[in-house]
Design a protein around this ligand. Sequence first.
Ligand SMILES: Nc1nc2c(ncn2[C@@H]2O[C@H](COP(=O)(O)OP(=O)(O)O)[C@@H](O)[C@H]2O)c(=O)[nH]1
Ligand SMILES: [Mg+2]
Ligand SMILES: [Zn+2]
Length: 274
Amino acid sequence: MKGLVITKNADLFTVKGEDKEYFLKPSGKTKTLGIFVGDKVEFGENITSVLPRKNLLIRPPLANLDKIFIVIASSPKPDFVLVDKMIVYCLCNGIEPIVVINKADIANAKFISSVKEDYKEFKVVTCSAKDNNTAQLEGLISGISAFAGQSAVGKSSLINSLLGHSEKVGGLSKKIERGKQTTRIVKLFEFGDGYIADTAGFSLLDLSFVCKLSPRELSSYYPEFLEGRAKCKYRSCLHEGGECGVIADMKDGTISKNRYENYLKILQELKNAK
Ligand SMILES: Nc1nc2c(ncn2[C@@H]2O[C@H](COP(=O)(O)OP(=O)(O)O)[C@@H](O)[C@H]2O)c(=O)[nH]1
Ligand SMILES: [Mg+2]
Ligand SMILES: [Zn+2]
C-alpha cells in the first residue's frame, strides 16, 4: 500500500493510507535512509520504501513541500532580510513562496501597500487570525504547505483559525514554544484537498548551508533582477557597483530599494561564508 507520512515521533510514523491512518515503523533500508513528514511511502507491516521526493528541507524536516506561506505582521517588526532568505530558500527548492500579512486588524494601509509593492513578483495576501479573516489565504492552500516566519507573527493562530480546532494546535505549539523538548514536532494537518504544517524551524537560515548557494547564484533568485542583469557590463557582476543594470533599475524605481538592500546583505553573508 501507499500513503503519506503525516507525523513522526521518534521511530514511529503516522501514515495516511487510502482508507485510514496507520502507525508504522521503518524496515531495513528505510531505517537508514530516513523518512520524513511529507514523504510518500510504500508499506505493508512496516514502511518498506520511500517514493522519490520533489524536495527535502532539513530545517524544518519536511519533504515534498509545494508552498511555503511566509507570515509577517506589522508587529513584531518584520525582518525583511529573513523574508528574502525564505523566498530564496523556497525558490532554490522548487517551492512557491507566498507572503502572508497577518494581523490585518492592526496593520495600517501604508504597511500593507509597501509590502505588496516590494513583493509584487510574488503572491501577497492579507488576513487576520484574530478576526478569522482567512479567505484569501484559504484560496491558495493546496498540496503540502508549510507556515514559516518569525516567532509571534501568528502562524499557530492562523492554523488554529483554518482548522477550527484550536486545542490540538495550541497544545502542540505551546509545547514547542516552552522549549523543553529538543525534538520539534512536525505534523501535517489535512486542509481541503491538501495539508498544512506549522513549523518553528525557519528562523536562522544560513543559505550557503541549506541551499549550498554561492554569491554568484543569489541574484537569479531575485526574479525582478532578471531584466537588469542582462544590461550589466560584466557577466560576473554581483550588482554591487560599476556599470550595473540592476543598480540602474533600482535607481529608476523598477527594482525596489528595500529588496535591493536585502540582496546586498544576503550577498555579504554568502561571501563571508566562503
Ligand atoms: N491582533 C492580532 N493578533 C494576533 C493575530 N494572530 C495572532 N495574534 C496574536 O499574536 C501572538 C502570537 O501568535 P502565535 O499564533 O502564537 O504566533 P506564532 O509564534 O507565529 O505561532 C498571540 O498573542 C496571538 O493572539 C491577528 O490576526 N491579529
Ligand atoms: Mg507557533
Ligand atoms: Zn550588475
